[in-house]
Every structure is written in C-alpha cells, then in structure tokens.
Design a protein around this ligand. Structure first.
Ligand code: CS2
Length: 484
C-alpha cells in the first residue's frame, strides 16, 4: 500500500555530529533525540553547538535499512488523550550497524567533535550482574571483547573507543546512559572500569580520573511501533515513513550536571533551555520514577497479561486493577523512599494513572513483561526490601512477583503458552518445570541469585508462595480483589 507514496525526506542539512548514540530504538528517537534537536533549534545550531547524532545499532541492520532511504529523518507522533501532533525529527545524521562495521563505530566514537556517547541498550545490554551491578566477566560478549580488538558489547565499545581517544591525546567523551537502571551513571562507570582494568590498568586509571558518567532519570512512554501504525500514518499524511515513533505528551529528563570538564562550555548542549532538569544528584528522582512508574508498569504487565489484558490502558480501565495500582502507590511504594525536593508524590501518582489510562497509547503488557529478570531488582525488589526493613509488608508487590513467576514458567493460568523474552528464560522455565509444588517452584526461582539477593529471598518466601498459590487457585481478579 506504500509503493506509490513519496518517501519522507530531509528538509534541513544534517547537523555535524557531536553525539554518538548506542542502541538506537524507538525510546531514544522519541525522547533524547527530540530534546537534543530542540536545543539545536534554541541555539541556532552553529559551531560547537553542533550536536547532530550518529545512531548505532548494536545488533541488527533494521533501523539503518528503514531510515537510510529517508535520509535518517522520521516522524514523532505525539498521542494525547485529546488528539495528536506530528513532527519530523532531523537530528540523526547517520545510522551505523555495529555487527557489519565495528571499525566505523569506533572511528565515530573517537572523532574529536564527538563529546558525548548516549546509551539506550536496555538493562541486559550492560552485560552485568543485576544483583551486584558488576561486570559479568563470563558473559559471552565480554569474553569476546576481552580477546578481540573489535568489540560486540556496549561496554566493549565504550572501553575500546576511550582507549583510542587516550592514544590520540583527546579527552574522553561523557558517557550519558539513558537506561532505567539503578544509579545508572555509577553503574555504567563501574562496568566500564571493570572491563578496562582487565584490558589495561593504565587506561582504567585515565578513565577513572578524566571520564564522566552522569546519572540520569528518563521518562516518556513509547510503545513499540506496529505495522498498522505505519499504515495509518501513511494514509493520514500521504507520505511513507518506515520508522515513525509514537509517544505520549509527557516527558521528564533529569541529568546530573557532570560532563567532561576539558570541553568547558561545549561539553553538552544547552539542555536546561529545553526543560531538562540539571541537578547535582539524581537519586531521589530515580527512586521516584523507577519505583512508582516502572515498578507498577511491571506489576500491571504480569498481572494484566495473566488476566487477559493486552495493554496497560486496558488493564487500568478494569476497576479492580485501578484500585490495585492506586493502593500499590499509596501503601507500598510511596512510603519506601524520600520524595525529590518539592515533589508531591500523591500528585505524581495521580498523573501516572492518567498517563496509563491514555487510550491513544497502546502499550502491550507483553512488551513491558520482557526481560523481567533484569528489571525486577530496581523496579520492585528494592521497594520490598526497604519496606521490610521498616517492618511493613508488601502484599501487592509480592503478588506481582508471584505473577512474574507464573509468567516465566511459560504458561498462563489456563495453560496457554507464553512467548517469554528474557535472557534467563530457558533457566527460569526449567526451574519452574523441574520443581515440585507451588512452594518448590517459588523457592527455586527465589534461588536465582542474579535477581534475588539471598536475605531478601528468605524474607519473601512465605508471602510470595501464598500469593503464587492464590493466583493459581483463584485467578488474578480474586487475588487482587482480596488485597485491601
Ligand atoms: C516500560 C518502560 O517497557 C518497560 O519496561 O516500563 O519502557 C517505560 O515505558 C519507560 O521507562 C517510561 O519512561
């Protein structure tokens, strides 16, 4: 149906590159790229204000193949409850495919004009152990990168490119991670240093003193683009865009203002001019976002999926779930951390509910359910731990953990198979299959140390087993209905 339509094309010359982005997916194109483009517009986009982005796909060539025939421009479609707006984003100047041309990626990252490397490689892309936050030296991509000069992993690219900059007498780039990980700046710094130490201790020492890894809190709901979204947009505009992004109106980016000092005022775009909050410490914002948004997103994803709901909007339209999620915020999540200065957490929760209910955003429960083994610790388990330390129970979050356990077993409550996507999926599925009884299955999963720290596992064994048994015996509706 698109064959006769003209393709999208560039209307302004591509900006000189100042940023390399690793892991170019829908989220960054609907979020960071838009902010960066706005800073360019705000500053006139000249000289050192050139912050054009070179995107890198670490795995497949799909993004390149979709964007190259349309000059790397794409449509960002904002879907509000009352209507939509379209914009054409032109900030990406090129997309490199790492598996096809690793040398080009390293060369781009070592370019003197590039001052920032941003990342959205998802939780599992850091090749770390989620429970300790340290590099997993046994990860196949890391064992490869320890031997080969041309890397495959995100940490491998960062370290090898930093080595080139050091050898060329250049300052490092700032590493700006935009993934939903706890203390994400410190985490990626530690991982990079762990790898650099194994390759070259002098390089590690240089990165330790010269490198900068500001922590960030990123927030915008961006569901995966579906073929029918592409068709609908083409019908509406009369032009074919192979890779539009769809997103909600809301956005929030909080960034630690700690960029490589050697670049002075040219170390970063003028993020403050376009509403990015530049702060000294992101921790309180990060707790708020990871626990209140991502924690309930994952809870609704597992329980909603098992209840037969396809999207988050559909899940919270169910009154039982609406009550469930509001209680989770009020009783279990808000009491677990300190609010960022000046933020009213009750109002934040109300706004989150409205965002979830936005009917324009069709965010599949199955999509959010992916990679749970990498997400649970920072989204749910930290909240549970902090509550238990203060003598509070977490029946709602324990139910969510139990729902994850049923989900990763690979069959829903009616026995229908689930397409589980998780780096640990084979192991998780066999643990469930090979253990006896509800208590045995729960204990086996709680024994996965990459996810559950042993002290916490022991503390939640009884309530999670009870929740697991209740879900199996009574179903989702009754189980969430009986929570107060
Ligand atoms: C979601 C996030 O897919 C998921 O796991 O919870 O992508 C979420 O939509 C974003 O973090 C919102 O900022």
């Amino acid at each position: 149906m698109h064959a006769d339509l003209p393709r999208l094309s560039r209307t302004t010359p591509a900006a000189k590159a100042g940023i390399v982005h690793l892991g170019l997916g829908a989220f960054f194109r609907a979020f960071g790229a838009i902010y960066i483009e706005e800073t360019m517009k705000a500053s006139g986009g000249t000289g050192q204000n050139n912050w054009g982005i070179i995107g890198v796909s670490l795995q497949s060539s799909r993004m390149h193949d979709q964007l190259a025939p349309q000059d790397f421009v794409y449509t960002a479609q904002e879907l509000g409850p009352e209507g939509e707006t379209l914009r054409q984003a032109e900030i990406i100047r090129d997309v490199l495919v790492a598996r096809e041309n690793p040398e080009a990626v390293l060369a781009a990252m070592a370019d003197p004009d590039v001052r920032i490397v941003t990342l959205t490689v998802t939780e599992k892309g850091y090749c770390h152990d989620p429970a300790t936050g340290r590099l997993n030296a046994d990860h196949p991509d890391i064992t490869h990168d320890l031997k080969a000069a041309l890397p495959v992993s995100a940490p491998g690219y960062l370290v090898r490119a930093l080595a080139r900059r050091k050898a060329a007498g250049l300052p490092p780039f700032t590493v700006l991670t935009c993934d939903n990980l706890p203390d994400n700046g410190r985490l990626v710094r530690r991982i990079v240093l762990d790898l650099a130490e194994k390759l070259d201790p002098e390089l590690a020492a240089w990165i330790e003193t010269e490198g900068r890894f500001p922590a960030t809190m990123v927030d915008r709901i961006v569901p995966a683009t579906k073929p029918e979204d592409i068709d609908a947009l083409a019908r509406k505009t009369g032009r074919y865009d192979a890779a539009p992004v769809l997103h909600e109106p809301f956005r929030q980016w909080v960034v630690e203002d700690d960029f490589v000092p050697a670049y002075g005022a040219d170390a970063r775009p003028d993020l403050g001019a376009v509403g990015v909050e530049l702060v000294e410490n992101v921790t309180a914002f990060e707790h708020m976002k990871l626990r209140m948004l991502n924690g309930t997103h994952s809870s609704l994803a597992y329980l909603g999926y098992l209840a037969g709901h396809e999207t988050i909007a559909e899940t919270v339209a169910d009154p039982l779930f609406a009550r469930f999620v509001k209680n989770l915020w009020r009783q279990e999540i808000i009491p677990s951390f300190e609010a960022p200065p000046g933020v009213d957490l009750e109002a934040y929760a109300d706004a989150l509910f409205e965002r979830y209910a936005n009917p324009g955003i069709r965010h599949r429960t199955w999509q959010i359910a992916m990679d749970g083994s990498q997400k649970l610790p920072q989204r749910i388990l930290g909240t549970v731990r902090d509550n238990l330390t203060n003598g509070r129970n977490c029946p709602g979050l324990c139910l969510a953990i139990a729902a994850w356990m049923i989900y990763v077993g690979g069959a829903d409550l009616e026995g229908k198979p689930i397409d589980v996507r998780d780096p640990l999926s084979d192991r998780l599925k066999s643990l469930v299959g090979e253990s006896d009884g509800d208590a045995g299955k729960v204990a086996a999963l709680l024994g996965v140390n990459e996810v559950f720290e042993p002290g916490l596992a022991a503390a939640i064994l009884a309530p999670v087993t009870a929740a697991y048994a209740a879900l199996k015996a009574d179903g989702v509706g009754k189980s969430i209905g009986t929570l107060s």
